[in-house]
Each structure stands twice: as C-alpha cells, then as structure tokens.
Design a protein around this ligand. Sequence first.
Ligand SMILES: C[S@@+](CC[C@H](N)C(=O)[O-])C[C@H]1O[C@@H](n2cnc3c(N)ncnc32)[C@H](O)[C@@H]1O
Length: 363
Amino acid sequence: MSGNNKKPFNENRSEQFAVKILAVLNNGALSLMISVGHRTGLFDTMSGLPPSTSHEIAEAAGLNERYVREWLGAMTTGEIVEHDHENNTFSIPDEYSVWLTRAAAPNNMAVTSQWISLLGSVESKIVECFHKGGGVPYEAYERFHEVMSEESHQTVIVPLIDDLLPLVPGIREKLETGIEVLDVGCGSGYAMAEMAKEFPNSHFTGYDLSPEAIERGKERAKELGLKNINLEAKNVAEFNDEKKFDLVMTFDAIHDQADPACVLSNIERALKDDGVYFMQDIAGSSHVHNNMDHPVGTLLYTTSCMHCMSVSLAQEGKGLGAMWGKEIASEMLREAGFGEIEIKELPHDPINYYYISRKYQRA
Ligand SMILES: C[S@@+](CC[C@H](N)C(=O)[O-])C[C@H]1O[C@@H](n2cnc3c(N)ncnc32)[C@H](O)[C@@H]1O
C-alpha cells in the first residue's frame, strides 16, 4: 500500500497497461506511415500490382526505392502488407486495400490518418497553450483545407444527395423547383458545388473565413461551369442576411467557431420563416462519461484539443470543442430561436449527428 486510501498496487494490471502503451506507440507510428502511404500513392500502386519487390513497387509509384523499402518494413511489421521472404516480395491483401486506397472512397481511412501528422505539426504550439492559455490560429495548420476537403469528399460530398438530403423530408422537391441555399463555414465550397450541379434551378451561396479555401472552391465551380453558385470570404459572426434562405447548411462548422451562439443566431435570422437549418456536427455527448463507448472518442477529443477548440480560443473565442455534444448543441439551437430540433443519425457514420431545426414559430 502506498498512501492511506490507495488500492494495493496490482502488478498484473500494470504489466497489461505497459503492453497497451507499446501497442499505442506502434499504432501511432503506423498512423503516420499510413498517411505517407496515402500521400505518396503507395497503397493505390500496390493494390494494382502482383506481389512485387521494393524496386518494382518504387518504380511503379515513381518513388525513391530506399524510402519505399523502409516504409514497407513498417507496413509489414504493422501487418498491413504481406511479405514473401523467399521471393523478397510485398503485397497488400484486397481485404485491406478496400479501406486504404483512393478507389475505396468513401471508405478510404488513410485520408483520416493524415490528421495525426497534421495535428502533430503544431504540437509545440499546443504545448505552449497548455502553459499560457490562448490558442493556435487556423493559418498555423499547413494543409488544413486540403485535408479537410479530402475528408469532406468522403463524409459529405459522396453521401450528400442520396443519404444526407433525404434526412429533410420534401427538400429534394423544393431544390428541384428552385430555392436559396446557404452553406456557413463552407470551406472549399464543394458541397454547394455538388448541389449546384444537381439542382440547376436553385441558387447556392457559401461563406467561409478562409480566402484560400474560397479560392479553391471558385476554381472548382469554374471548372464545372456552374452559374448558380456564389462563394464569398466572410466572417460568419458578422453576416446579416435576413429571411433570405430556404435552407441553411453547416458541415462540421459550428463547434470550432469563436462565437458559435452568434453564428447560430445569424443563421436563424437568415432563414425564411418556413426555412430549415441542416447542421452536421460531431456525434457525442457533452459529458465524457457518456462517450466511453464512442468508437472514435479518443480521436475526436484529440482533434478537438489540437485543433477545433484551439482555433476558437486563438480568436479569444468560446472554445466549445468538437465534443460539445448533443446536450449543449440542442440548448444552443433553442437559445438561437429554433423551436423544433430533431437529431438524426446515419448508419455507418459514427462521427456525425444531423440536427434538423426549424424556427420557433411566434404566435
Ligand atoms: C472544420 S472546417 C469545415 C469546412 C467545410 N464545412 C467542410 O465540411 O469541409 C470549419 C470551417 O469553418 C470556417 N470558419 C471558422 N470560423 C469562421 C468564421 N468566423 N467565419 C467563417 N468561416 C469560419 C473555417 O475556415 C473552416 O473552413
């Protein structure tokens, strides 16, 4: 016994914990190498090759063999790649490549592994915030908008028309007839571009703080020859549209706001009286004890600490964090003037809730 109220030291429990930490170290390292495999196109290359040597794989991928060989070492010991020692070849099983290649989208989990290295790139700045408070601004996250739009391609763009829109009964018909739609915190605006393509009679607007992301979106809209879309670099804490939109959407864009309450009020004001607010935001409870069974709870709290909460605090904001949870989200929606709030979930999407809200109807 050490200390008065302490439980006796359990050697077995302690040994098991050390084993767990070793697995954490290996898997953390593997996440980094999966990200590298995605960015270099190695998973895509290997999925199209028979068992091959490191030289053959490097040549097919157009990469440096020495680096490819070391990466294959990590992939082999990490049990993602199979190695034939006799022939000195490497291969990726089909059962694995369906989760790791570009062809596997929207199930390409290698896309998500990029967050680990992206978040790691600001670790020193975050450590400083632990000491001094404050936050790390958006601009410090190199590649943020690039990775975000790749991630959203899988979580928003692919399911948008067939899975997300049906969560709002009757909206498809209205979009076909012609309505005004706004995406708040639209990032690169790909969701609005996808809808503008599908519904030529409707008009689509997107606001985002980042001129870089808006520029990327404008280029995409131009490439697609879209005339019914307007993307603007704008602080959504300050927009003052009134009763203008039939549908306002946010995709993963409320919890990291500096002033989320103000943004929700602005959204409420921007909606027509019979308008609908569609908010996709992180699934979870506001209370950590309710999140013990969350399949990606640790990943989400980590992403929040290293990005979502911190970008908000960098603007002297609220710092809600990604795991603000449905209890706080519902309360804030009500405070913003939404009377009817439904929370929906989609099978195979453990990361998001879909809040469908309508204005409080004053008598
Ligand atoms: C997590 S990203 C989501 C982006 C996009 N909705 C998507 O799904 O890809 C949050 C977005 O909110 C934007 N944002 C944050 N604060 C903002 C503000 N005050 N005004 C406008 N946009 C803001 C960021 O620039 C970023 O693009």
